[in-house]
Design a protein. Structure first.
Ligand SMILES: [Zn+2]
Ligand SMILES: [Zn+2]
Length: 181
């Protein structure tokens, strides 16, 4: 079954929860984590990650209870609001990872020479930088979408201070953000 994730997310945002595996509309879903590349198709945020390679990252997976049982997803059953909180928090975690990567971790990843310590990722590996930037932009767009969902329902955004801290740090690194200035 081929899933159009952007459409699925839009549906999630509008009314009931659509199971990405069997398509059932359910009031509650299972949320859990998986590293299995095959689970990527049931992980909403994986839509934006690099599809050229199999995704073995730890990812948040959503499934209806029956599918969750079948695929042995270790998770908890949540309603729509709790699911949206889980997605927003997952987005925050991924954005923090991206921030850490841009700030520091890429240097270890690329094993750069100590004399290049002052250089930026975009100078050292423009292609890798572009890839990271695309991923971060995708996450920020999803964040705004989830944020809007809370706003439209006049629900509290979990951890609202997170956003301004993230933006400050990204700007301090001299990068742009869709989440503010
Ligand atoms: Zn299902
Ligand atoms: Zn992924």
């Amino acid at each position: 079954m081929q899933i159009d994730w952007q459409k699925a997310i839009d549906e999630i945002l509008s009314s009931e929860i659509c199971c990405p595996r069997c398509g059932a509309l359910v009031p509650e879903v299972m949320v859990g984590y998986s590293r299995a590349p095959s689970a990527g198709q049931f992980a909403p945020l994986c839509q934006g990650c690099d599809s050229r390679q199999e995704c073995d990252a730890r990812k948040l997976v959503l499934l209806c209870e029956a599918c969750g049982r079948e695929l042995r997803l270790r998770g908890r059953k949540v309603n729509q609001e709790a699911m949206m909180i889980a997605l927003l928090e997952e987005c925050q975690r991924n954005l923090e990872e991206s921030l850490d990567y841009l700030a520091e971790y890429w240097r270890e990843d690329l094993d750069i020479d100590p004399e290049d310590i002052g250089k930026r990722l975009e100078e050292m590996d423009p292609q890798l930088f572009a890839q990271e930037n695309t991923w971060r932009r995708y996450l920020e767009e999803q964040y705004l979408k989830f944020h809007r969902w809370f706003r439209e329902r006049a629900l509290r955004i979990p951890n609202p201070a997170w956003r301004s801290e993230y933006v400050e740090e990204i700007i301090a690194l001299n990068y742009e953000s869709l989440l503010g200035d």
